[in-house]
Design a binder for this molecule. Sequence first.
Ligand SMILES: [Zn+2]
Length: 85
Amino acid sequence: MTVRMRHTRAHTRNRRAHHAIKGPQLSKCKECGSLHVMHRMCENCGKYKGRIIIDVQSKIAKKAERTKRKRKELGQEPEKNIDEK
Ligand SMILES: [Zn+2]
């Protein structure tokens, strides 16, 4: 056997036929039943292995408050512009 064996393009391509990336491994959350990436926190309920990692409820409440405040600000701005004109 020679040191370097002949490697045809076909052999290379046949070998690489199995190199395609398969999609992310998803599993069902035990808490809420939605799909999440394995070994990662569930993005829907913020839990991993029954532990709460992120308090999703408070985050949703905070976001709602922020959007309310922003809407108020946006609602006031056009009125001010009308007054200025
Ligand atoms: Zn979940």
